[in-house]
Design a protein around this ligand. Sequence first.
Ligand SMILES: Nc1nc2c(c(=O)[nH]1)N[C@H]1C(S)=C(S)[C@@H](COP(=O)(O)OP(=O)(O)OC[C@H]3O[C@@H](n4cnc5c(=O)[nH]c(N)nc54)[C@H](O)[C@@H]3O)O[C@H]1N2
Ligand SMILES: Nc1nc2c(c(=O)[nH]1)N[C@H]1C(S)=C(S)[C@@H](COP(=O)(O)OP(=O)(O)OC[C@H]3O[C@@H](n4cnc5c(=O)[nH]c(N)nc54)[C@H](O)[C@@H]3O)O[C@H]1N2
Ligand code: SF4
Ligand SMILES: [Mo]
Length: 711
Amino acid sequence: MKTAKSFCRMCGSACGTVLTLDDDDRLIKVRPDEDNPMSRGYLCYKGLYADEMQNHPDRLLHTVKRQPDGSYRAIDTEVALDEIAGRMADLMAAHGKDAIALYTGGHSYLTSTAWMMLPMFRKALGTNANYSTATIDQSAKFVTVERLGAWAAGKHTIDRSDVMMLIGTNPLVAHSTAGCLTTDPVKTLKREKARGLKLIVIDPRRTETAAFADLLIQPWPGEDATVVAGMVRMILAEGWIDQTFVDRYVEEGGMARLWQAVEPFTPDYVAGRAGVDADELRAAAELFATGDRGSVFSGTGPSMAPHANLNEHLIELLNVICGRYRREGEPVEDVAILMPPRPATAMVVPPMRGFAAVPPGRIRGAGQLFGERMTSTLPDEILTPGEGQVRALFNAGGNPASSFPDQEKTVKALKSLDLLVSIQPFMDTTARLADYVFAPRLQYERADIPMYIYDMSFFPKSWAQYTPEIVKPPEGAQLVDDWYVFWGLAKRLGLTLEYKGEALDMEAAPTTDQLLELRCRGSVIPLDEIKRHPEGKVYDLNQTVQPAPPDATGRFDVMPDDVFGELQSVWREGGREQRLTEGGFTHQLQVRRVREINNSSAMWVPAVHRRMPTNWAAMNPADLEALNLTPESTVTIRSEHGAIPAVVRPDETIRPGVVSMTHSWGGLPGEEGSHEPGVNVNLLISSEHNVEPINAMVRMTAIPVSITPLR
Ligand SMILES: Nc1nc2c(c(=O)[nH]1)N[C@H]1C(S)=C(S)[C@@H](COP(=O)(O)OP(=O)(O)OC[C@H]3O[C@@H](n4cnc5c(=O)[nH]c(N)nc54)[C@H](O)[C@@H]3O)O[C@H]1N2
Ligand SMILES: Nc1nc2c(c(=O)[nH]1)N[C@H]1C(S)=C(S)[C@@H](COP(=O)(O)OP(=O)(O)OC[C@H]3O[C@@H](n4cnc5c(=O)[nH]c(N)nc54)[C@H](O)[C@@H]3O)O[C@H]1N2
Ligand code: SF4
Ligand SMILES: [Mo]
């Protein structure tokens, strides 16, 4: 028996781990690393059961190919790559490059060499059919940057704030609210609260995070625009804004237009519509706006709700009008140290409206954001004949058959493809539809650095860690590094891959470590130095926010016409009652994440099954009583799009009138005996109705539903 240090890659928090290994380097146990300077002995439930995923008997250990009878047979990886490259060449010759689509799934964000490889491959291939989870997640934040602008030096970190507001994010479970609470959230929050931090939470559910809140506002799901417009109005009316910041950085005339936009959102109107107390909302607005320091952060709640782009715009406006950004001379303690230097600068990155320059796409006129197409349109890109129809899809570390809205349509589309290739460690729903599945190395079998997206860091300190590959793959396994699939295909297609202008050797494959070195070239702290600290290291770099260059003239566009128009339409559209009764519905379904599992990953491992045998429909006990339901009764939940069976569970944290389930559970529609428990809420979600302009984001929360006992 021996131990080795590493970090968890089940989510982006990268908590430090100590692995216990047997003499053959197999994983026996995972425990938290007390010496890791970021996570300081914290590990969540998911991190603790990594050994169960690692050693699960159902794990895929070879590349497999689908046979004519639907069964899968092992195939040598190199032979599979030959066959796939041949089929790609044929498809591109017949239908063009855009017939080949790439989907960057969650685990490609968490595997730094996969994240590095995918853009190289896409560029060399020349396809425009580029998709990722970003556009079924919080792409409203990208839209906001494009329409409002952004502050280049970022927000206030939690340890330098006296107030913090969290809207539709639950970091105590999700560990993912960028820049404020990621790893070790409970102790961090306790420590900061003991120092005097005030916490405001706005969430329809009384969340685990809300347990620490000084003020909790619990509106109906889907009312973020109303609630936040109401708060902006209060702040403007009371003169609680940061006038100096606003004068300098908001576009001329913007504040008058902003007042005009939010004026109808009076406290009484907002209270009645959102189901909140006007005095409590006022207290929250006052606590936030009259504090000195501290920002508003949001998560998936407002981004998955109706009017997602408007919601995020208004939320960010709270930071703008209260000046809650880091200013010149302030310390910067969260440098992305394994990336090249990128000083934080006190300036507005002006709104570019890049989306407006992209011609409307084939499906619902959806365009592109940051060079990506909108993921909710991918199934229709596959199903809709004509020029540019997608015929082949590479799923890199995601699970589209479970994670995309409208599961029925998605599965129909995936089945109709000429070629579906997946990189997944288990025969999950998407793998079961694929022509080829590559079995990837799991986290502790691969060398890695923590997640950086677009070279940005999501850690509150200037921290990094390197892990070598530690655990030996199971006997006889033929696993791939995710990146290798794309390198191998590029080589066969005669393409040259380039990273930041440097061509890769296309004859001899690089090693994962060589790729990591390339990725970290020119980094603030050299990778070799990080490697000297097996539990990672926090660096004190004495960096501060730099003054803006003299030619920086960017200003925030606080109330552009399209945002103004949408806010007025929110005011006209009527609230929850109207939307429910119009369709004969009684409740709203709201999204949430659960402690036990990350999206669709491994819901069948014993550790998950023990605590969460199904994805409960959590409801307030008063609602269960009103419907004459007992705990664990089965009900049918019906939306305008579909119906699913679900097992109910009493939950005091949910408002009466709301039902909450997590996402991406269950097998394929109509499939018998799948190993995934539960059912998928994406059967209730349309990708065509209630779709946002610009990012084609669909409504994944605040969905009107009815609940009937299943007899
Ligand atoms: N209705 C509804 N739908 C949603 C959401 C919601 O809240 N509600 N959330 C959305 C969001 S925010 C996101 S990000 C997407 C996620 O969408 P996806 O990324 O498509 O889905 P995941 O379930 O995260 O898929 C992860 C897959 O990676 C596999 N995997 C696990 N470990 C590894 C590994 O080491 N390497 C590789 N290659 N694969 C691995 C898992 O087994 C799983 O099959 O789902 C979205 N869909
Ligand atoms: N344990 C665990 N951790 C995860 C994941 C996981 O599946 N499990 N997934 C990872 C991924 S892919 C992501 S994107 C992040 C997401 O991270 P978060 O966005 O923090 O995810 P949640 O914990 O679901 O928090 C969303 C909150 O929004 C609330 N909500 C629902 N509807 C509304 C609404 O209409 N308005 C408002 N204001 N709030 C609403 C929910 O009650 C919930 O508390 O988490 C990551 N971390
Ligand atoms: S918070 Fe994320 S990184 Fe940390 S142990 Fe849990 S899953 Fe792993
Ligand atoms: Mo996500």
